[in-house]
Design a binder for this molecule. Structure first.
Ligand SMILES: [Zn+2]
Length: 339
């Protein structure tokens, strides 16, 4: 492929570049970035557009293996490429979960065969995502997992989390935490606040996330491990991470686009597309998250891409349990609030 892209704003952090420039691609390789480049190659006018390296999505749920009626590695990676992503991390809550080498190897092999972009598998923290017994973390690491997470579900047992962090430190592998106290969340279908009261729906308090973030930051400090907080959504969690960073704790975090763009006010429509976990928060939380992106407390924006079948979304907003109870992930679930 020979291509000249002209007149765009080129942003490339690896070159500390943020300027209006032309980009010349020859034989699939970027061979020149500069002003007023000339080439016989096909030209695209990118005036008013931003040209960036391919995005990396730290948090996706590809539904293969086990739920290919929702998505496959082939279709999920094509969706990623259409959105500007050239690499995605795939969470472990497939069926069966990615809690052993055979599943990791299958994902890597299928991504190589039919994937449209790079796929980095994230293994499970616990066997079967049950939160009871550690998965074989070293084996998952050597099979190609870049991190481990029970995402979709929290690791409620602090001793299990401690052990996971200890192994994570040893294996130089981050532990990605879905922060939610199931006892505080229990029965909740949206953010607990003014609108949950108005709508008569059971709320999930911000404290459900904030208490678990506080616990895991303390455990990360104790174990000197790398803790990564997934889809952070509350002002209290932001504050805890800010303080922990100053104290030298190795904690990073990501936020999801819906928590930046939307609030619980929109749930008045009762659209189940607005039902997700963590839930859409109130505007003060949304603003705190945006502030945290601006000041660098937040390290990344990750999509939490998690497709669901039409049948699962075409239900009452406060439906909590159904035969699809094992099929959800952390985003846009309506049939259940469990992983
Ligand atoms: Zn997720």
């Amino acid at each position: 492929m020979n291509l000249l892209i002209t007149g765009g704003r080129v942003v490339d952090p690896s070159q500390r570049l943020d300027a209006k420039a032309d980009v010349l691609i020859t034989d699939d390789t970027i061979c020149e970035v500069g002003k007023k480049l000339k080439s016989p190659a096909e030209t695209i006018d990118a005036s008013g557009l931003v040209i960036v390296p391919g995005f990396i999505d730290l948090h996706t749920h590809l539904r293969e293996p086990g739920q290919e009626h929702k998505e496959t590695i082939a279709t999920g990676t094509r969706a990623a490429v259409a959105g500007g992503y050239t690499a995605v991390c795939a969470m472990a809550n497939t069926i069966p979960p990615n809690d052993e080498r055979a599943v990791t190897e299958m994902i890597i092999a299928e991504a190589a065969r039919n994937g449209a972009c790079r796929v980095y598998p994230i293994g499970a923290v616990s066997k079967g995502l049950k939160g009871e017994e550690l998965a074989e973390l070293a084996d998952l690491r050597s099979a190609g997992c870049v991190a481990v997470s029970d995402d979709g579900k929290p690791v409620t047992n602090p001793q299990l989390m401690r052990r996971a962090l200890e192994y994570g430190a040893m294996l130089r592998m981050p532990i990605v935490a879905h922060e939610e106290d199931p006892h505080l969340t229990d029965g909740g279908v949206m953010h607990e606040g003014f609108y949950s009261t108005l709508l008569g729906l059971t709320g999930i308090p911000a404290a459900s996330e904030e208490t678990m973030v506080a616990r895991d930051v303390i455990l990360a400090q104790m174990t000197r491990a790398h803790l990564h907080i997934a889809h952070l959504s509350t002002s209290g969690a932001v504050q805890t991470i800010r303080t922990a960073r100053k104290a030298g704790v190795h904690v990073t975090c990501e936020v999801a686009p819906h928590h930046i763009a939307l609030t619980d006010e929109t749930v008045q429509s009762f659209s189940t597309n607005l039902k997700m976990n963590p839930p859409l928060r109130s505007d003060d939380h949304r603003r705190a998250v945006i502030e945290a992106i601006a000041d660098g407390t937040v390290d990344a924006i990750a999509t939490d891409h998690a497709p669901h079948h039409f049948d699962e979304k075409n239900v009452e907003f406060d439906l909590r349990h159904s035969r699809f109870a094992t099929s959800g992930s952390c985003a846009k679930r309506s049939s259940t609030f469990r992983g």
